[in-house]
Design a protein around this ligand. Sequence first.
Ligand SMILES: [Zn+2]
Length: 126
Amino acid sequence: MIAECTHILPTGKKCLQFALRGQPFCRPHMDPERRRHSEALHYLIDGIATLDLDALLEALIGLVEARRRKQIPPSHANAAFVAALDRLEVLRAVMHPEMAPEPATPSATNTSGGVQWNQTLPAARL
Ligand SMILES: [Zn+2]
């Protein structure tokens, strides 16, 4: 029987790759630095869900700066931006219940013409 990787992705889901023979992780997650980044992102995403508007704006500024300096990979930045947008939707619904979103697809809410929020995130190897 082939074992699966035991790493938990930033999304909270388990990695679905096969583990290397006799190892707990798949090839990408054998890298401890990669696992550390993934865990840090997991905590960041969890933390974003608790922020108030001011703290969320600070976090977004920090994320943009970190991405601009290439301190975090695009896939991690995308995951954090998606979490931040989810949080903004929640905060907006609290402040303006009349503006609560329809159950919309992310592409339907992207009217900025700039950043594409509906990019598909990689399912694994974050
Ligand atoms: Zn893995």
